[in-house]
Design a protein around this ligand. Structure first.
Ligand code: G3H
Ligand code: ZN
Length: 288
């Protein structure tokens, strides 16, 4: 099945694709092994900085190798690419999907840059999936102790979403619906489920919604969001935390150990645990 077939299936059968970020091959291995064990298609993503760390060609080549080894659909996404040059580089390098994120710009500018990204992407690869972002999703992928206050004007308005998807030609839309990037410890993170279903109604059945900032949300919030029309959920911070917490513990427990793969291996297991739990919650198991 192609990406679009899976997306349609998420709506028909009320589940969501999992999208997990990586910046080095151990995280990628953890994501792919979890997905293969649970027989689920999977999205893996690199932000501009994550991509810089692993290398753009390396990311594409590794995903290709994992696909061949595990035989499951793995889709590589250029996550939150915020300028046209880097959008172009990811498309040219062979990414399967891109998030052309011009949400920091005023509406008309966001439309213009996103449309330009869609046109370039589809001219190079008709099967590529392009996501746009509308509204202000605050935070970043880390543990955030500061207070983050979501303002009413941050949230995506259904009628603007409809205009945005029509004028840009995107396949996917990332809305701001109360979600925050990162794990927030001193701010409420409540998903506006009604807004998700209003936006989904406004954009129509062929455009799909992506929930960003998945880390820290409860099982019930995911289930309600999926029920309301979310087709994909992004998780980053929770795997970053699993990785580093486990690594710290391992280094403390094995101060003499100098073999990299021996100190990394418990971190891979820790990430796999988080990923598998999310894939089960998203209803993504056995969807190959
Ligand atoms: O694009 C990445 C995701 O939205 C990550 O959000 O760090 O809160 O899981 P998260
Ligand atoms: Zn995001």
């Amino acid at each position: 099945m192609m990406i679009k077939d899976y997306l349609k299936n998420t709506i028909d059968n009320k589940w969501a694709l999992g999208h997990f970020n990586f910046s080095e091959d151990d995280a990628l291995r953890a994501i792919v092994e979890s997905a293969a064990e649970l027989k689920t298609p999977i999205f893996v993503g690199t932000s501009e900085n994550e991509r810089k760390h692993i290398g753009i060609k390396e990311a594409v080549a590794l995903v290709k190798a994992f696909r061949e080894e595990f035989g499951i659909p793995i889709f590589l996404n250029a996550d939150h690419h915020k300028n046209f040059e880097s959008v172009k580089e990811a498309i040219d390098a062979g990414y399967d999907a891109i998030l052309a994120d011009f949400s920091a710009l005023p509406f008309e500018e966001n439309v213009k840059m996103t449309r330009q990204s869609v046109e370039y992407a589809k001219s190079r690869n008709p099967d590529i999936i392009v996501e746009g972002e509308l509204g202000y999703v605050r935070g970043e992928s880390k543990i955030q102790t500061e207070v983050i206050e979501i303002k009413p004007e941050d949230l995506t308005k259904p009628e603007e979403a409809a205009q945005f998807v029509k004028e840009t030609g995107v396949d996917l839309l990332a809305p701001a619906v109360g979600n925050i990037h990162g794990i927030v410890t001193n701010s409420p993170e409540t998903i506006d489920v009604q807004r998700i279903s209003d936006i989904k109604k406004a954009i129509g059945p062929d455009i799909y919604l992506v929930l960003h900032g998945g880390s820290g949300l409860s099982e019930l919030e995911f289930k309600n969001a999926i029920e309301a029309g979310i087709s994909m959920v992004h998780i980053n911070t929770e795997i970053r935390v699993a990785f580093t917490e486990s690594l710290r513990k391992t280094l403390e427990e094995m101060p003499e150990e100098t073999t990299p793969y021996k100190v990394m291996s418990p971190s891979v297991d820790a990430m796999k645990k988080v990923i598998a739990e999310k894939l089960r919650i998203f209803g993504s198991v056995n969807r190959l």
